[in-house]
Write a protein that binds this ligand. Sequence first.
Ligand SMILES: Cc1cc2nc3c(=O)[nH]c(=O)nc-3n(C[C@H](O)[C@H](O)[C@H](O)COP(=O)(O)OP(=O)(O)OC[C@H]3O[C@@H](n4cnc5c(N)ncnc54)[C@H](O)[C@@H]3O)c2cc1C
Length: 430
Amino acid sequence: MTWTNWARSQRAEPTWVHAPTTIDGVRRAIDRVRESGGTLRPLGSGHSFSAAARPDDAHLTVDALSGLVELDRARDRVTVLAGTTIRDLCALLAEHGLALDNLGDIDRQTIAGAISTGTHGTGLRHRSIGASVVAATLVTADGRVLRVSDTERPELLPAVRLGLGVLGVLVDITLQCVPAFALEAIEAAVELDAVLDDWMGLLQRTDHFEFFWFAGTSLAVTKSNRRVRGPLAPRSAIGRFVDERLLTDVGHRALLTIAALAPAASRAVNEVAARGMARGRFVEASHRVFAADRSVRFRELEYGIPVAALPEALREIDGALRRAGLVPTFPFEMRAIAADDALLSTANGRDTAYIAAHRWWREDPRPLFELVEPILLAHDGRPHWGKHHSLRAAQLAERVPGFTAFRALRDELDPDRTFSSDWTRRVLGD
Ligand SMILES: Cc1cc2nc3c(=O)[nH]c(=O)nc-3n(C[C@H](O)[C@H](O)[C@H](O)COP(=O)(O)OP(=O)(O)OC[C@H]3O[C@@H](n4cnc5c(N)ncnc54)[C@H](O)[C@@H]3O)c2cc1C
């Protein structure tokens, strides 16, 4: 059976797909792989652009391990099985008046997969999803069920918060939640220079600020999400459909097709797309504002850089694109989050801004990524583990502060490299 990821950038023919329904089943699957001398990669929902989940040999999916394990009302904590999707998790939390503090752009990932590559949203006073992990249970390569929390092997928590599926198979995860909240979303098309000149101010004044920029235009589409207590002013179901599917997805797909057929139209297409993307104001439950559907497939490269470096880095990218005559018809996305302590995190020890370059999946992403990546590396960039980049272990060791400490913990938990693949050898070494 052929496996492909969401972006169709990774493909594999797993020798076996283990789909355990119990923790004991996870243990048996690991035993079987070890007895055969093979390797195993845990799989979430396959939304990584990189080969993080691609197996050389067997796959293990925890899809069947989904749902609530325990709710700790006194501390606003929830324990869920690792294969629970973020969408289901948010629905479950909402029923209990709770929410996750921050989310990324979509909610199709499993919670295990999302934390394992460092999935983040935006908000300078808020951290990535993995930072809210306060405990987890893994089945390790030797078949042990290992509990990690602030009282059990606490030194492993900063590794488990972003573990790349190499420490063991996560079977449940405990998350620190917050009381449910609403977000007032304001989306507007404004001049790019105005955003770059006021970048730090916008981040400080807005709970969750991000912006998109369509190359070849001077327009930015800003998304300013403010935490509010007031009444909801939701889009109607039809309004949401028109916003997210018709305008953003179907309309964007049509524009991408036009630009692919007539590249000279790319700049004009970007101008139209930017104006169509700004959707005015609405107030909805946080998870409905943070995450949207994305049905147009794309490829992505994303780097974290020091927050203050973003305006200069983006202007350099603009200049380099103009010199190269390259007008990608998918927007760049810019966000920022607070520092965290996950060993492999792009935000380890520093507040971090992100620049993400996208390319429609039917177009070759390499010219764009090869142009953007050196600029972000020159700004002390650290690549997102779930997205495309060209770095290898030796280069990552110099850029990611917790790299050596993470490798030492991996040596302890998986000395025989049961959870390895070509990709793990490239980014972590043997
Ligand atoms: C349309 C789209 C939008 C996105 N938006 C964002 C965004 O806003 N912010 C952001 O940061 N990222 C974003 N991403 C990237 C995405 O969040 C990450 O790549 C995430 O890891 C995908 O989760 P998944 O469940 O699909 O995991 P997979 O891609 O299947 O796996 C990811 C990693 O998790 C490991 N893993 C999975 N399950 C387990 C387990 N049970 N135990 C141990 N390890 C496990 C895998 O081995 C692999 O290393 C986006 C991706 C797409 C396609």
